[in-house]
Write a protein that binds this ligand. Sequence first.
Ligand SMILES: [Zn+2]
Length: 274
Amino acid sequence: MQNSFPNCLSEIIKTSRDIWSKGWAEANAGNISVRLDPEIFQTEVAFEQRSDWIALGMDFPVLAGECFLVSGRGKYLRNIELSPEKNIGVIELDNSGRKYRVLWGYESGGGPTSELLAHLKAHAIRKKVSKGVERAVIHVHSPNLITLTYALDLDTPRISKLLWEMHAECIVMFPEGVEFVLWMLPGSSELADATAKGLQRRRIAVWQFHGVVATGRNLDAAFGLIDVAEKAAENYLKTMAGGGVKNKLTTQQLQAIVKHFNLKPDTSILNMEI
Ligand SMILES: [Zn+2]
């Protein structure tokens, strides 16, 4: 069965291994969540109530009754492969979307990631916008995107255009641009709210001095957005270190890509000169 629980585990294991090998998740950095297809509960894995109902402190009516596979609080993504049941878990939201309980995993204690609110806010908005298609959220500390936020004065139009100009794949992968979120306390409801606001229009958000969040129909799709944005940031930083940007994709060249692939970009960003 395509959507079996073992398949979901394999995907999160592969993604966490790739994130670690890319250098995007030092120590306990980074977190992953997947909204589970109810079909997976027909497998033989034992799902049972393993915690009391825990208040979320926010309401998620659009996610009422949904289950998520979520990396664990304080856990190392690189250890998921060694022991999934200790480092990730399955949570279920109640029928009001105000509480959750653990159904599987977190066997060494703890619970879901400290960024759970940001993940659930992202799931809630993207479930609505994508009409249920998008199921994956990834947050990592990808170094080139972070470095960019120290090196430059950025906002959403500036970072979007810069990444488009420095790697032709970017406008194809995220024609709607990249949301830029000024620094806020990690794990806070303010950060979750600001991110969710940006994700109404976009699938990738860069957190100043911190990292990046991306969403997608599956983990590969979310990972791919980060991978392409990170490559563009690397191209920019290496070019600057190598003597400065003397050439970049022009607005006309970006417009040609848009036409060729029939993309729907944010034209206010595309037509802006930075
Ligand atoms: Zn982080």
